[in-house]
Design a protein around this ligand. Structure first.
Ligand SMILES: [Zn+2]
Length: 220
């Protein structure tokens, strides 16, 4: 398809200066262990990097925070997160406990954003710059707290990539188990269909929390 993946080294620069090439950033929310077991080896095989956003209270634990539509699953361990970071992946925060950040007071916001950032920094020994909003939800108060906590970039869910980009509202496309035709998803012609599908799918559950941020001339 002639698409390149963004890497930890180039993603901020490319978001600032969108090139005339097609780029995709693959991101995984919630930090399930299956990202390490299945996605990591396949992506490594093709020399591709991705981003993963663990929920820090659940590192090395099962998904007690979620309604178990698909059963209980393990999250990434500390050593798996370190390994992904060493391999060149972007490690970002998905908060401490996965709350709707809009509903928190200032103090709780500070904890969810600051403590998760610090925990991950202690694990990887590197700065955490990226956040993924739980459920993709945020408002002006949340954005301010994200900026104050020291994040440089934050990802939401649906939406069209527009330039100049608001770095605290970077949109993504959800990828679900039902997405057999990933090529279709990368084609802007189908925008309206998958935005509709996304709304329906999000209504029920986030079954497979993987996302894409797509950069292409036609999408701008
Ligand atoms: Zn999530």
């Amino acid at each position: 398809m002639g698409i390149k993946t963004l890497t930890r080294e180039n993603y901020m620069h490319i978001l600032l200066h969108p090139p005339n090439e097609n780029f995709v950033l693959i991101t995984f929310d919630d930090g399930y262990e299956n990202v390490y077991k299945y996605a990591f080896p396949i992506l490594e095989k093709y020399g591709l990097k991705a981003a993963v956003f663990p929920i820090t209270a659940y590192i090395g634990r099962v998904n007690l925070w979620e309604v178990p539509f698909l059963g209980r699953h393990a999250h990434l361990s500390r050593s798996q997160i370190v390994e992904l970071h060493r391999a060149g992946w972007i490690i970002g925060s998905h908060t401490v406990t996965h709350p709707d950040l809009r509903k928190l007071d200032e103090q709780k916001l500070k904890v969810e954003l600051g403590v998760s950032k610090k925990s991950l920094e202690d694990i990887i020994g590197d700065e955490i710059q990226a956040l993924s909003y739980p459920y993709g939800l945020y408002n002006a108060k949340v954005k301010k707290a994200v900026r104050d906590a020291g994040y440089n970039i934050a990802f939401k869910s649906a939406g069209k990539l527009k330039f100049p980009l608001d770095f605290l509202e970077v949109p993504r496309r959800s990828v679900y188990i039902s997405d057999f035709f990933i090529r279709t998803k990368l084609n802007p012609t189908y925008e309206r269909y998958y935005l509709l599908f996304e709304r329906v799918a999000n209504y029920f559950a986030r079954l497979s929390p993987a996302y894409l941020t797509i950069f292409s001339k036609s999408a701008m």
